[in-house]
Design a protein around this ligand. Sequence first.
Ligand code: URA
Length: 239
Amino acid sequence: MRIDKMLANMGYGSRKEVKDLLKSGVVQINDVIVKNGKEQVNPNKDTVTLQGEVIEYKEYIYLMMNKPQGVISATEDNHDETVIDLLELEDAVYSPFPVGRLDKDTEGLLLLTNDGQLAHQLLSPKKHVPKTYFAVIDQEVSEEDVMAFAAGVTLDDGYVTKPGKLKILKSGIRSDIELTITEGKFHQVKRMFEAVGKKVVYLQRISMGPIQLDESLELGEYRELTDDEMAALREATAK
Ligand code: URA
């Protein structure tokens, strides 16, 4: 692969910007300065450095974030901070985007990648990838609600949801629940509870397919998916 293509692919600028970068003499392949963008590099064998720092070539990046409240699941926004604003530059250069959306006030597991195909498969209604949420509800949640969700509830726009698996963790004047759904309609969890006359007062996603939120991540922190998590994701989306 050409060195200019590798650098451009990795987000180090446009072809023109990469050309200027090379010209300035800050790029080396195996300790030799390269100024010509046509120079060939084998990303798996050669060591490429930029200002002395080794550049690890990869085409795709896969991250899990513990999304905090107040941040938008989008790549840009005119008013609010986005999840992309929370990334380090070394990860942002890959131009990842969030896989689906969490509401501004929802916390928890958010996957980010620049692998459009995997993102598409994870979000495809045909794949039925389950998503599990922990929620606090403003009142008592009953076995009737469990049965209603299992049958599917009618949302405010007349849409009847696919069955959802509702687990009551604690029932009282405020209830803690877990809900697993296989769809991703707009505000789906909140609207499912509205359908049974209840309100979600706190919402957190705890899993998506085989990926569980890593509880060691503080709100706003993220990390790359492990090889095991990647293998599990690929298996879940291959079905
Ligand atoms: N359902 C919602 O209502 N909000 C979310 O952010 C995710 C699922």
